[in-house]
Design a protein around this ligand. Structure first.
Ligand code: AMP
Ligand code: ZN
Length: 115
């Protein structure tokens, strides 16, 4: 497992920074977003450090798929049938933490297109 000791989300993986963790397996950790934008707003992160989803996909298709499988399982567990999964890539798209992460948003109606 390759982590970056300066990365906020790597610190959450190893427990150095607290988070409300709701799912964990060897490939994925999921925890509640600290600034929720919907009644259900959960972040899914791979257990290796890579800044973007494109980087993760180039390293491991299995770890990439694991994010989506975890999201489906967690959504079902929260009784959420309709939800949105989002990766922001780059500052211009709203990425503020450079450890690849997928947002799961649900529990309310979601407009399209997003802002
Ligand atoms: P993004 O802007 O797509 O990079 O998403 C980063 C997300 O991480 C934001 O929605 C933040 O609210 C969330 N976030 C930042 N710090 C923490 C933290 N310590 N615990 C949980 N979520 C966090
Ligand atoms: Zn990291």
């Amino acid at each position: 497992m390759s982590l970056d000791s300066n990365c906020l989300f790597c610190k959450i993986i190893i427990g150095d920074i607290p988070a409300e963790i709701i799912f964990r397996n060897e490939k994925v950790v999921a925890f509640k977003d600290i600034n929720p934008q919907a009644p259900v707003h959960i972040l899914f992160i791979p257990t290796i450090h890579t800044p973007t989803i494109a980087g993760l996909a180039s390293i491991s298709s299995e770890m990439t798929a694991a994010l989506f499988l975890a999201a489906a399982e967690v959504a079902t567990a929260h009784g959420v049938e309709d939800y949105r999964t989002v990766f922001n890539t780059g500052e211009g798209a709203g990425q503020s933490v450079f450890h690849a992460h997928m947002h799961l948003l649900g529990g309310r109606g979601l407009a399209w297109p997003p802002g």
